[in-house]
Design a protein around this ligand. Structure first.
Ligand code: C5P
Length: 220
């Protein structure tokens, strides 16, 4: 039988990571967080003291970028050079520079191939891959493609609840400026042809997971 490939895109704070991971767990699928790869690369170049404005140096750093992820939702990890970076890559200092790494086209080309390889070599009945350009660039032919959205207010509120040590106003400012920068490179605010929109503004976490699982059950 064919592996079920599920592509989910959405803006920051839409809840797509936690929802995708929970839906994968419920279905016995693998889960791939592509934002983690951009964040891990941003962490790695920061670690090496490379200025992200120096695009050639960032591209050069890809040669030694030793990235590994666990796609089992119950045994999920992100490692660079064997170091667990799952927490470090979520820090505000990384969120602040990740867009400047993600806009470098050779970086995108490299990571898109890596994401496709992970999908091809996964050995579960299905895999949910989540990010900004999964429905349009990474897997435009996936049988299930979802744009997960939520109102700006809902996204800010959810992200504020996740992050401690930052005021709600700072969280909102950072999130909006990241979305604005990212939107210049990929369109994740509008659904491409054939992509189903799930608006989670008025859904709680469990209802959102259920909406995703129902769609996968119906379309796959
Ligand atoms: O999903 P998350 O917010 O962790 O993604 C971090 C960053 O990685 C985004 O702000 C964006 O710059 C980049 N990204 C991307 N394409 C993807 C996933 C993430 O450019 N498919």
């Amino acid at each position: 039988t064919d592996k079920i490939v599920v592509a989910i895109d959405g803006p920051a704070g839409s809840g797509k990571s936690s929802v995708s991971k929970a839906a994968a767990r419920r279905l016995g699928f693998s889960y791939q967080d592509t934002g983690a790869a951009y964040r891990a690369l941003a962490w790695y170049v920061a670690e090496r003291g490379i200025d992200t404005a120096d695009e050639a140096a960032v591209v050069e750093a890809l040669r030694d970028f030793d990235y590994a992820i666990g796609i089992d939702p119950d045994n999920y990890f992100v490692r660079v050079g064997g170091i667990d970076v799952e927490e470090a890559i979520r820090e505000p200092r990384i969120s602040a520079i990740v867009s400047s790494v993600a806009r470098i086209l050779p970086v995108r080309a490299y990571l898109v191939e890596l994401f496709r390889h992970v999908i091809e070599t996964s050995d579960t009945p299905g895999i949910i891959t989540e990010g900004r350009d999964i429905t349009t660039v990474v897997c435009p032919d996936a049988p299930v493609r979802i744009l997960l959205t939520a109102s700006e207010e809902a996204r800010m509120a959810r992200r504020s609840a996740e992050i401690s040590g930052q005021s709600a106003a700072d969280v909102a400012k950072n999130l909006l400026s990241r979305d604005a920068q990212d939107s210049r490179v990929v369109d994740f605010m509008n659904a491409a042809d054939g992509v189903t929109v799930i608006d989670s503004t008025d859904l709680d976490f469990d209802q959102t997971i259920q909406a995703v699982v129902d769609l996968i059950d119906a379309q796959a």
